[in-house]
Design a protein around this ligand. Structure first.
Ligand code: ADP
Length: 318
């Protein structure tokens, strides 16, 4: 293998640039050539390739977002789209591909693998909802961004004896909200993985009130309902007047934390080296601190579960 390429796809995540840099520099170290594909699978179909030598990836390690841009591509979801992408790669002499993205992007990576293009996935999403790795790139940064915002709200909530609902990202997974809830000492966390009874929540709020708890923080996962819907339900069921904050897209940006920078560097390097030794159809993972490879299908066939220990802490400590 002399020349490989790297692309970023789906939702952006802090640390994607660090992964791109690691793929490029690992190529350079092993005397291989690296190309970058702009705009994910869209760019692959259009043959939008740029040289990614050592110098081209200088100064990006600490930057959020992705220098290659990311896109969603409906064309790539068709057989013709996959074939066009394969032809573009062959024409450019690209012998392998690293796909940095979430589970949707990995489905695309599997399509390429199935038509004979060596492809490896690097999991990057702030949602951390991919089985086969303890953490995805971007998760730690998003947790820390949300943590800082919620700590500020806590200051206000405690000064005014208020009930706050904070809506946190994570799509249909509760990893980000749960981590933020434990780190901020939130009284309640509402995640898609667990059933929610508004009556039960109102009952707990009443007990908190009776125990003279002055202010209360509810961390709500966006996949359950909107914070405004929850506010209305708490008002209708228990007469509670909650303040609402939606953290939104600020959780996706910013410089990666040291954890994400290191994770992305390790994963990008491991993905490139795995391609060089003939691996394909697999994703890189960080399992108990070690780099691993597992089948791409795990990303969508296997449900990653929330830590019962962390869930227990919300109940015990707050
Ligand atoms: P993420 O990777 O963050 O989960 P998406 O689910 O939007 O993001 O997927 C990113 C892109 O991956 C899609 O726009 C599409 O081009 C490609 N993709 C997703 N699912 C498939 C599929 N079943 N077959 C081929 N390509 C897919």
């Amino acid at each position: 293998m002399k020349r490989i390429a790297v692309l970023t796809s789906g939702g952006d995540a802090p640390g994607m640039n660090a992964a791109i840099r690691a793929v490029s520099r690992t190529c350079d170290f092993n005397e291989k050539e690296c190309l970058g594909v702009t705009r994910g699978y869209e760019g692959l179909i259009d043959g939008d390739f740029i040289p990614l030598n050592r110098a081209a990836v200088g100064g990006i390690l600490h930057k959020g977002g992705t220098m290659l841009k990311t896109a969603r591509s409906s064309r790539f979801k068709t057989e013709e789209g996959v074939q066009e992408a394969k032809q573009q790669m062959q024409a450019a002499g690209i012998e392998g591909l690293v796909v940095v993205g979430g589970d949707g992007s990995f489905r695309g990576a599997k399509e390429l693998h199935d038509v004979g293009v060596p492809t490896i996935g690097v999991p990057a999403t702030i949602d951390n909802d991919i089985a086969g790795t303890d953490e995805t790139i971007g998760f730690d940064t998003a947790v820390n961004t949300a943590l800082e915002a919620v700590r500020r709200l806590r200051d206000t909530a405690s000064s005014h004896d208020r009930l706050f609902i904070v809506e946190v990202m994570g799509r249909n997974a509760g990893f980000l909200p749960l981590e933020v809830a434990v780190a901020t000492g939130a009284e309640y966390v509402v995640v898609p993985e667990l059933p929610l009874s508004i009556g039960n929540l109102c009952h707990k709020l009443r007990i908190s009130h009776e125990n003279k708890k002055s202010h209360t923080l509810i961390i709500l996962a966006e996949g359950v309902m909107t914070a405004n819907e929850m506010k209305d339900k708490l008002q209708d069921t228990g007469g509670y007047d909650a303040r609402v904050t939606v953290l939104g897209h600020i959780q996706r940006g910013g410089s990666p934390t040291s954890f994400d920078s290191v994770l992305a560097s390790r994963m990008g390097a491991y993905a490139a080296e795995s391609l060089f030794v003939g691996k394909s159809g697999v994703m890189v993972g960080n399992v108990s601190g070690r780099m691993t490879l597992s089948d791409l299908e795990r990303a969508w066939l296997e449900q990653k579960t929330l830590s019962p220990e962390l869930l227990g802490l919300i109940e015990k400590l707050n």
